[in-house]
Design a protein around this ligand. Structure first.
Ligand SMILES: Cc1cc2nc3c(=O)[nH]c(=O)nc-3n(C[C@H](O)[C@H](O)[C@H](O)COP(=O)(O)O)c2cc1C
Length: 378
């Protein structure tokens, strides 16, 4: 049976009807997003990813978002040192699933856009319109040296990314046999068939945090990741409003998403104890310190109090919003994010496969009863 061709609206809704979309973030990397030594930390292996994708698909999870990472962060675990490349990872998972949207997280500076456009179209056809693109321009991590590609200055990265996405959107459009002459890209006689599945195009996402990164997202993307405030719902709501207003000023609608780091257990006490065990007692502190050093955050460069607060923030899910508690608490926190205007939350779990069934039974069930999610469990 063939699914009807998805409209861009259906793609943006991740082929569902959930007021609050839920995705899983970071499962293509070893340790996922928990910088921890605990033995049950995430393997990132293909069999585990495949099982997780099938389980998520059946449970009605909306999307899987990978991390584009080429080198681990070292430490005792070589945090995120083993990673599956994201477009090929997505393609395999899309072939194994029926409804879930799977993103590729693609570094514009190291993927030729003609090759990337075709790889993504291939994933999109295999999945009948469930592939999504998360564009990244590269963080300040020195990953680029191993490609022999020079990392551009911050502003130039986004200027380049603009040309890159322009070429890709042209290839995905009805244009055939065209030249592209930009400041960075000079390409002749460009062709690309087939076009994306169903005459639309993949959903495009970006997570720029700087003013330039946000302007890029607002101009080019359907989905924008922003950091939710850890202390104020109103502050999160303002961030959402600012992004949506900026998009509307350009005649565009943008969905806003954030990152949550979930520890959910039957009781608050159990959740807090596990969180403390993983992320404080058993944190891979040497990996945390090397992540911070790449961002030039060391005891020598910032005041000690700030260093320590950044240190614990990074151990707790690399800056995502920690959501720790019993199912009522976790569901209420997620509902609050929806009230702040967020379209979706990409969550991570220490061991996705072990923890997802409880999360789905208890938290998703509550969100359904709150009217934030449809009941589409098989
Ligand atoms: C949800 C999320 C996912 C991201 N994924 C990646 C990634 O996989 N690879 C990467 O190099 N950068 C990733 N980033 C970094 C952003 O793309 C962006 O570079 C960062 O937020 C800094 O913003 P700026 O580029 O505007 O300075 C991610 C950020 C967020 C919040």
């Amino acid at each position: 049976m063939h699914a009807p061709s998805p409209s861009l609206t259906a793609r943006r809704a991740m082929h569902g009807n959930n007021a609050l979309q839920i995705g899983l973030f970071g499962a293509n990397c070893s340790s996922g997003r928990a910088v921890t030594l605990v033995p049950e930390r995430w393997s990132g292996s293909w069999p585990d990813n495949k099982k997780l994708a099938v389980m998520s698909d059946e449970a009605g999870i909306d999307f899987l978002l990978p991390i584009g990472r080429w080198k681990g962060y070292g430490g005792d675990t070589d945090y995120q040192g083993t990673t599956l490349e994201t477009i090929t990872w997505a393609t395999g998972l899309l072939a194994a699933t029926k409804r879930i949207t799977v993103f590729g997280t693609v570094h514009a500076p190291i993927f030729n856009p003609v090759v990337a456009a075709k790889e993504m179209v291939t994933a999109d056809h295999i999945s009948e319109g469930r592939f999504g693109l998360n564009i990244v321009v590269g963080w300040n991590e020195g990953e680029f040296d191993m490609f022999g590609v020079e990392q551009r200055g911050h502003e130039d990265r986004y200027e380049f990314a603009q040309e890159w996405i322009d070429v890709i959107k042209l290839i995905w459009s009805d244009r055939e046999d065209f030249d592209f002459q930009g400041k960075y890209l000079n390409m002749k006689g460009i062709k690309g068939k087939p076009k994306p599945f169903g005459g639309t195009r993949p959903v495009i996402m970006n997570a720029g945090a700087s003013a330039t990164g946000q302007a890029f997202a607002v101009k080019n993307c359907d989905a924008f990741f922003l950091q939710a405030s850890r202390t104020s719902l109103e502050e999160s709501a303002q961030r959402v409003r600012r992004a949506k207003d900026a998009a509307r000023a350009q005649g565009r609608e943008i969905g806003c998403y954030t990152v949550g780091v979930v520890t959910c257990r039957p009781t608050k006490k159990e959740a807090e104890e596990y969180f403390h065990h993983c992320i404080v007692e058993c944190a891979d502190w040497s990996a945390v310190d090397s992540i911070l050093a790449l961002k030039n955050i060391t005891p020598q460069t910032v005041p000690m109090a700030e260093f320590l607060s950044q240190r614990s923030g990074y151990a707790q899910g690399m800056g995502g919003l920690p959501i720790v508690g019993d199912p009522d608490h976790v569901a209420n926190q997620l509902a609050d994010l929806s009230k702040a205007g967020l379209t979706g939350v990409a969550i991570s779990l220490v061991n996705y496969l072990n923890e997802l069934p409880f999360f789905c039974d208890e938290v998703i069930g509550r969100l359904q009863r709150m009217g934030l999610r449809e009941n589409r469990k098989q």
